[in-house]
Design a protein around this ligand. Structure first.
Ligand code: ADP
Ligand code: MG
Length: 288
């Protein structure tokens, strides 16, 4: 049977916008030892601004941005939403054909009957595109049309206001290790991890690589310690279910993530995780 105090704990959490899907997750949360964060949309806002457009010779910057925005018409990825916002116009649906999302890489879409690729260096390499990698410490979207490289769009995201405080609060709540996983470039991942004081960062991961990283961390933690994964869920459903406790961002998160998660943070603030851990510990009588 479930102790009555658990209902109080779950109720108290839900009043703060922390939805716990069962008393077992509250109990597990009280034993949290390792916290693993996804980067984009979880520790960062996920609203990228275009900072620079670097077209190839003979390509108009506006044409490059339009190709990328149209190619991103059907994706829910934060990068897609940001490129469409930067384009500033409604995409003409008649110009956009078959679209494919290649997770951890980017998109492949028919635009005006031509195949447009928009994504990272990994995508360009996989597709054999002759491109020039930018040596810049930001997220880069490379664009190609019909096998020809059009240029790059530099975009930059911001760390959420409460992210550094969230990491400190987790330490105060007894978390031993904080980790960030990202599919983004190493330079970007390391800069964010360092600014937040995270213990570990793993970058340039595909969704399967995130699951593998979580498996290593599960093997490293103590027997009774629990591993929490926090993500916005875009491409992250497999990791959310592999962790002892999967936490999704409720506002930004995809429906699939909210479905796969054990706990949902409705207001998208990473600092609410430490609050949830405190509530869990109080409920179990571990702290007063
Ligand atoms: P994160 O781990 O930061 O949440 P993802 O795993 O969702 O990132 O994506 C990893 C990388 O794949 C992104 O940094 C980006 O380079 C590329 N990517 C993924 N989806 C898209 C997209 N729709 N358009 C462009 N690039 C994308
Ligand atoms: Mg993500």
């Amino acid at each position: 049977s479930i102790p009555l105090s658990f209902f109080g704990g779950i109720g108290g959490a839900s009043k703060r916008g922390i939805l716990v899907k069962g008393s077992n997750y509250l109990e597990a949360l009280a034993g949290a030892e390792t916290v693993v964060f996804d980067k984009t949309g979880t520790l960062t806002r996920g609203t990228f601004n275009v900072t620079r457009i670097v077209p190839e010779a003979g390509v108009e910057p506006a044409d490059l941005l339009e190709a990328a925005a149209l190619a991103e018409s059907y994706s829910d990825h934060p990068i897609s939403l940001s490129l469409r916002r930067a384009y500033g116009r409604e995409a003409d649906a008649a110009r956009v054909g078959k679209a494919e999302e290649i997770s951890g890489h980017g998109v492949r879409t028919l635009v005006d009957g031509a195949e447009v690729l928009a994504g990272n260096a990994k995508l360009m390499r996989a597709e054999g595109i002759d491109f020039s990698a930018l040596q810049e410490p930001g997220t880069v979207v490379y664009v190609a049309r019909q096998g020809r490289y059009l240029g790059a769009i530099l975009i930059s995201d911001e760390v959420k206001e409460d992210a550094a405080a969230a990491v400190r609060a987790l330490r105060e709540a007894g978390i031993r290790k904080t980790v960030m996983l990202t599919g983004d470039a190493r330079a970007v991942g390391e800069a964010v991890a360092q600014s937040l004081g995270l213990d570990e960062v793993h970058a340039e991961l595909l969704p399967a690589g995130k699951v593998e990283a979580v498996e290593v961390l599960l093997a490293e933690k103590s027997e009774n310690g629990r591993l929490v994964f926090v993500g916005d869920g875009i491409n992250d459903a497999p990791v959310l279910s592999r962790a002892d406790i999967g936490v999704a961002m409720g506002g930004l998160g995809s429906d699939a993530a909210i479905e796969a998660a054990d706990i949902v943070l409705m207001d998208d603030k990473p600092s609410e995780l430490a609050v949830a851990i405190r509530i869990a510990k109080k409920t179990l009588g571990i702290v007063r």
